[in-house]
Design a protein around this ligand. Structure first.
Ligand code: HEC
Length: 183
């Protein structure tokens, strides 16, 4: 290995070993999940490497939000919230909706989650970075379906999201009562 290469490799190792701080989210989120035009992409690693904030289950096939809802965020975002009571710039919240499976288990009549169907994503933006239809109220808002997770199919945050989130307006537009990990 050349000296330059060795230095580059050890610098990369040193960087990856540094714990990520909440302040860094403002950089990493807007590098990894949001492009220069403000297009939000669905983070693919949430279930394996982010923290689980909590679950909801809407057990009524005719309800608008039928299914299992699991909500995830970056570990440092959860830590920052527990310390400050606020979502740090660059916090990403993902709600994954899966179908409801049911059957009798040795525990009793059980419900469990099937395949992912839809993901809702919110990206905290404290700097008013973007003007587009998917940005407002301090967040970026995106909606992705399992048949094409690369495309944000939300029309706009006002048309698709905001109406339903009004009850959570006083807690930063987030239904924090459902998330024990933030307490
Ligand atoms: C039918 C009403 C409804 C619509 C439409 C809706 N939401 Fe939500 N959303 C909720 C409710 C209620 C919760 C928490 C309880 C639950 O999931 O059942 C929630 C939770 C979330 C969460 C988890 C964090 C939190 O706020 O608690 C995210 C992320 C989210 N929504 C993003 C979005 C985005 C982005 C859109 C638009 C593309 C959207 N939602 C549209 C009602 C809605």
């Amino acid at each position: 290995m050349t000296t330059t290469k060795a230095i580059a490799v050890s610098a990369a190792l040193a960087l990856s070993a540094t714990p990520v701080l909440a302040d860094d989210l403002a950089t990493t989120t807007f590098r990894d999940y949001v492009d220069a035009e403000g297009n939000i992409s669905l983070p693919s690693n949430a279930r394996n490497s982010w923290v689980h904030l909590g679950s909801w289950v809407v057990n009524d096939a005719d309800a608008p939000g039928a299914g299992f809802h699991d909500v995830y965020t970056q570990p440092e975002a959860a830590r920052a919230y527990r310390e400050t009571g606020e979502f740090a710039d660059g916090t990403v919240l993902i709600k994954e909706i899966r179908s409801i499976e049911s059957g009798t288990k040795t525990t009793g009549p059980a419900l469990w989650a099937g395949e992912p169907q839809i993901w809702f994503v919110m990206v905290k933006d404290n700097q008013n970075r973007f003007d587009g239809p998917h940005w407002g109220k301090g967040w970026g808002w995106g909606l992705y379906k399992a048949d094409n997770p690369a495309v944000n199919v939300s029309e706009s945050f006002e048309a698709t999201c905001m109406g339903c989130h009004v009850p959570a307006q006083d807690t930063g537009w987030v239904f924090v009562e459902g998330y024990p990990t933030l307490k």
